[in-house]
Design a protein around this ligand. Sequence first.
Ligand code: HAM
Length: 436
Amino acid sequence: MITKPKGTYDILPDESRSWAKLEDTIRKICKLYNYKEIRTPIFESFDVFHRDQNDTSDMVTKETYDFKDRSDRQITLRPEGTAGVARAFVENKLYVDNPVSKLFYMGPMFRYERPQKGRNRQFNQFGVEALGSDSPLIDAEVISLGASLIRALGLKDIKVKINSLGDEESRNSYRDVLVKHFSSHVDDLCEDCKVRLEKNPLRILDCKVDRDKDFFKTAPKINDYLNKESKERFDAVLEALDGMDLQYEVDYNLVRGLDYYCHTVFELEANIPEFGAGNVLGAGGRYDKLISDLGGPKTPSVGMAFGLERLLLANSLSGKKLVNEDTIHAYFIALGEKAAKETTKIMNVCRIGGLSCDMDYLSGSLKSQFKKADKNNAMFTLILGDNELEEFKINIKDNRTDEQETISLYDVYPYIVNKLNKAALGACAGCDKKEK
Ligand code: HAM
């Protein structure tokens, strides 16, 4: 048997409705914040993600799926959305018509990581990118959009962790003191951190291996090295979050795992103990140089991405149902070949009229067909046997009330529609009075 590759999974029919509902919720929230959809290729030129020889992020150095196509072009499966969106922004000159582009995307990403709960090799991200504005208010807007999404999934306990990496000047002065600090503990650093010490010492703070060592706790903190401008900018972001009543926790060790960030960085967590390592639902930050690194004009930008698998996992652990049970309008039980043929005609009429229907194409026993009607949560079960067929009649059961009737084959569609309309009217108090 051929099986799926490690770190991938199938979304089966039972789960796909939750995915559709989540995607629908995301689209509605993006509309509220006026972010417009962009769809970029799943594979890009290698250089889109491997821009900088000095990049120390695990994602770029260890996790990308890189290959040569049949014409010897170096290709990378996208490990994240931001760089591809930035490439599309520059290539399509989106900056010409709009000084600020507010974009969102959803789709599969690929990282060669060790698979575990909430961590896959093919996973799906929803991301937003606001390109063209330097305002601290838009950093707060992006975080607020993320919090709205988490809330819309019924998760109340949201934790926003936030930090500022400052501008280049601030990072350079912080870099110097960090190098000094970690150089005196170089023998205790893991192999990756030894490389980071040379190339990007800030990223040492993100190390999962060295994190609990004592010399980590005594490392200098970035906020002591932010220059006046960076500090004021960070305060303005926090003030905007306060204004929206969004709770946050400033975490001076938060540096994030990607090298393109400056100023604001943040993570949104769900406070769900069973979640373990995959606790971070979404994360992002400001990246003011990425667009110009890709050949575009100077474009200060900020964005964020969520793992859709993690959002669904958090939602199911919270016990909140994203979708109601799957139902269909009518399930037909046909007893005999003639009845089955007639049933396909009636279903055709019903489907054209907008009713969802199904029947048993395996011609199972009466008992097994009833079971299937049940499994499909049919609102109505219809039984057509030879006797009924001779009289051009069909037996119909309303599964919500257990009422049963025998009606003309011609009446199936209007009968069901009429019952559904009555139920809808009954659900509306004002209409209910009219009915009486
Ligand atoms: P990231 O932190 O690498 O940031 O990923 C964002 C989110 O994607 C994570 O918080 C997590 O929910 C999900 N995720 C990442 N890796 C996996 C995986 N292997 N399996 C399942 N879910 C995963 C970025 O990707 C940046 N592009 C975010 C951003 C947008 N920054 C600015 N704009």
